[in-house]
Design a protein around this ligand. Structure first.
Ligand SMILES: Nc1nc2c(ncn2[C@@H]2O[C@H](COP(=O)(O)OP(=O)(O)OP(=O)(O)O)[C@@H](O)[C@H]2O)c(=O)[nH]1
Ligand SMILES: [Mg+2]
Length: 613
């Protein structure tokens, strides 16, 4: 047993303040130099994390509190990145469960807590954001007890300590009014109630890789927890591969964590978390063990993906203009590389070599992957996200979500209507009498596709929407798809203001003037249900007469900015999003207008189906 180490993961629903709390913990542990400038939420270190203000990847850090080393894993709170949380839990001996003192427990709180309880990890409950004017810590604590009971927590597990924090200020209280001005009560609680790691430093070597990282200087790094024994630099060890083979390798460099740094180490013993450089081909879930006397650990098992999207090479007329990596070989290699670190992702072959089926946990997870790829110089096309359907004993099953929507009272009607058409079933409605209500629905995952943008429009941006995979249910039958058609360019050319002016009354444009288009490219959303081919390149007839008021009368409505996520939510089965480093375009799968099948019959059938059921 190593008494001077504690390993914890910080878990919570999205935005409840995990990364902010880690900032404060690092600052107060004196990790940073006196004059060192440190950005806010320093652990959110990759570009997309900073741009979006969310954590995407779980990350390790460590600090020292009065002689005890505390290894911390900061995890993402968005449900699409739940796989990161699952593997983080494998590394630790206890968890800080953060809950926003005003919002209370939300679906991802339930998910992460359920995983932590199942892994028998003792929790410390941290009620954060107690400074919010609408904080209601006592009520929220009651809701947390209810949640534990609902999750069948044991007596022991119910007996959790509670700490109140303002992570932004870096203050923790054991009791709300104890006058504390630092995080000391939190540090004390961690040392007191999180058990030190078990495992004998003299025992047979047992290490499990839970993450991979990359450093410009060292190449690939395996992040791993030492469960037993001591790993020494320069020794010959065995990697227990997932297929059961033992592959010998020599450990050349070892590191432990300290703040944002990694310290080189000669040896690392049971209980600590280590970064190992230069281990070729090692994968997440594999063990490192004694070569002569191997004792591999159980491989890591995590929840299966629920959403799939086809990624294919760019076949549009503009293919290869803006990107560096465009072939199916490039695409395959990139996806294979992603699988090494992104444990909750799967890639399957399709009938053709140019397309791959990518399976993940949600639209955001896949959108982040696509966004990362385009920034690296890839071009690709993606199809409409689909839900993974399972066949069990001849029954067709689909994933079911628990959906929580928090919105002002005045929008209850419109929200219920939207959910009804997506086969959502209301389970519960709570009114906190703050002008907002919280509604819980049970809804097939399919019904969530495109839901977020619709609800935000319906509620003028005020709804909070959270969902959680609840299980699998009998396939619910057809569901309404997009009820509008597309405005489709009928020829190649450059868009012209005059033409747009004529088309814009048909629906909403996605492109403005002077944009190069091709036949089959979607330039807007039709207000009606069928697709409409339009000539967006049409110039005004030149006349000798000076035009009087006509030219000035051309008032263009600004086009809708189709971001990657909006585009993915928008497209129908017969459409693709074309993604390049510079552009996001929408297109019909069949570009040639004469050969393109009609869409409206299909749509009518689906609309009818959803009405009658
Ligand atoms: N008022 C107040 N705001 C806080 C507090 N802690 C965090 N915040 C704010 O809450 C927002 C989210 O904080 P993050 O630390 O990014 O939350 P997170 O839990 O790491 O989010 P994800 O990793 O994306 O799940 C930021 O705007 C923080 O400034 C707090 O104690 N009080
Ligand atoms: Mg975070």
């Amino acid at each position: 047993m190593t008494t001077n180490i504690r390993n914890i993961a910080i878990i919570a629903h999205v935005d409840h303040g995990k990364t902010t709390l880690v900032d404060a913990m690092l600052r107060q542990s004196g990790i940073f130099r006196e004059n060192q400038e440190v950005v806010d939420r320093v652990m959110d270190s990759n570009d997309l994390e900073r741009e979006r203000g969310i954590t995407i990847l779980a990350k390790n850090t460590a600090l020292s509190y009065r002689g005890t080393k505390i290894n911390i894993v900061d995890t993402p709170g968005h449900s699409d990145f739940g796989g990161e949380v699952e593997r983080a839990l494998r590394m630790v001996d206890g968890v800080l469960v953060l809950v926003d003192a005003s919002e209370g427990p939300l679906p991802q709180t339930r998910y992460v807590l359920q995983k932590a309880l199942a892994a028998k990890l003792p929790p410390i409950m941290v009620l954060n954001k107690i400074d919010r004017p609408d904080a209601r810590p006592a009520e929220v604590l009651d809701e947390i007890y209810d949640l534990f009971i609902d999750l069948d927590a044991t007596e022991d597990q119910l007996d959790f300590p509670v700490i109140y924090t303002n992570a932004k200020l870096g203050v923790a209280h054991a009791k709300l009014d104890d006058g504390s001005t630092t995080l000391q009560p939190l540090f004390e609680q961690i040392v007191a109630s999180i058990p030190p790691p078990a495992g004998d430093p003299e025992g047979v070597l047992q290490i499990q890789v839970t993450n991979l990282d990359y450093s410009d200087f060292l190449g690939r790094l395996a992040i791993a927890r030492v469960f037993q024994g001591t790993l020494k630099r320069g020794t010959e060890v065995g990697i227990a591969k997932l297929d059961g083979k033992i592959q010998p390798t020599k450990i050349t460099k070892l590191f432990t964590f300290r703040g944002l740094e990694r310290d080189e180490a000669e040896e690392v013993s049971a209980g600590d978390i280590v970064a190992i450089a230069g281990v070729e081909g090692i994968q997440i879930g594999e063990s490192i063990t004694d070569l002569a006397n191997p004792a591999p650990l159980e491989p890591l098992l995590i929840d299966e993906p629920t959403l799939t999207m086809v990624f294919t090479i760019n076949t549009s007329p503009f293919a290869g203009r803006e990107g560096q990596f465009v072939t199916s070989r490039d695409l395959r290699a990139r996806l294979e590389r992603e699988l090494l670190t992104n444990v909750s992702l799967r890639v399957e072959d399709t009938g053709t070599t140019d397309a791959f089926r990518v399976l993940g946990r949600g639209e955001l997870q896949l959108a982040i992957l696509i966004e990362t790829m385009r920034r690296e110089g890839y071009e690709l096309m993606v199809g409409k996200p689909e839900i993974v359907v399972r066949n069990e004993n001849g029954r067709k099953l689909e994933p079911l979500e628990l959906l929580v929507i928090d919105c002002p009272e005045s929008f209850i009607g419109i929200v219920m209507e939207s959910l009804g058409s997506r086969r959502g079933e209301m389970k519960k409605m709570v009114n906190h009498h703050s002008g907002r209500v919280r509604m819980e629905f049970s809804i097939p995952s399919r019904g969530l596709i495109g839901l977020r943008s619709q609800l935000l429009t319906d509620t003028r941006g005020t709804a909070l929407i959270h969902s959680l995979l609840e299980g699998w249910t009998e396939y619910a039958g057809d569901m309404a798809m997009r009820l509008t058609g597309a405005l489709v360019a009928d020829r190649a050319g450059v868009s012209v203001a005059y033409a747009i002016w004529g088309i814009q009354e048909r629906g909403e444009m996605f492109v403005g003037p002077s944009v190069e288009v091709y036949e089959g490219m979607i330039v807007g959303e039709n207000a009606r249900e069928d697709d409409m081919n339009v000539n967006i390149t049409k110039e005004k007839k030149q006349t000798n007469m000076r035009s009087s008021s006509a030219d000035e009368a051309i008032r263009l409505i600004p086009p809708r900015d189709m971001t990657l996520e909006k585009a993915i939510e928008f497209i129908a089965d017969d459409e693709y999003v074309e993604v390049t480093p510079k552009s996001i375009r929408l297109r019909k799968k069949v570009l040639d207008a004469k050969r393109r099948p009609k869409r409206w019959q299909e749509i009518r059938a689906s609309a009818e189906a959803s009405k009658t059921s």
